[in-house]
Design a binder for this molecule. Sequence first.
Ligand code: SF4
Ligand code: SF4
Ligand code: FES
Length: 262
Amino acid sequence: MAQNKEDRGSGRLVHLRIRRQDGRDQPDTRRWEEFKVPYLPQMNVNSALEQIRKSPVTADGKTVAPVVWEAACLEEVCGSCTMIINGRVQQACSALVDRLAPKGEVITIEPMSKFPLERDLIVDRSRMFESLKRVRAWIDIDGTHELGAGPRESQEHQEERYPLSRCMTCGCCLEACPQFNDSSPFIGAAALNQVRLFNLHPSGALHKTARLESVMGEGGVADCGKAQNCVEVCPKEIPLTTSLPDMMRATTKYALASIFRK
Ligand code: SF4
Ligand code: SF4
Ligand code: FES
């Protein structure tokens, strides 16, 4: 759709319907509020929320507390602005208003539902970071500085690992996963993908078995229902459809080998 500088002065408004809640323990304050903000060319949902922050007045003229949300990189790298926009989990900084509401339709914005709500559009994604700790999603380098350069990594491995490394811990895959919820310990696709990523690295492979063991227990890879919703929503197009079966094969192989080792 052609947008130009005439839009800026055209009086065109962007209509937003936002789910709000004042605090983590205040479900009684849960409500919808509507806002109309001036359209700007190339506007995304993040910039629309910034307009509300400048002038937090609802569509029916009531002054309210500014809507709060998280954002840092503004270029779909940090994952912090993830929310549900028009029913689909995605990043506010890359959700273009022209694509969401080409004819001025209402844009509906809600916080992710699978993580504890902090306030308005902010959720607590700590569970994801705890899962990264559980699977040891790093390469230990302490004490290795005197040992010189690490092992060389083949071009083939680099090409396999790069797409896996693009994860920004945004939470989209967990929001969409039927197996991930309050009452399930499942760690989800993002952490399982990290096991594959770090086990492919020549130095990371030194802790390969610890990582495999970390996803063989409760909440591990066996809890994946293989519905593949995660792949559909991953904004970084990480090949989770290959990472999950790869982890299943690796853990099965390791478990069988353990039997023979006894
Ligand atoms: S394949 Fe399905 S069950 Fe497994 S992590 Fe992805 S969405 Fe969840
Ligand atoms: S795997 Fe994709 S959807 Fe899941 S946290 Fe990483 S970037 Fe987000
Ligand atoms: S602000 Fe970082 S992904 Fe949107």
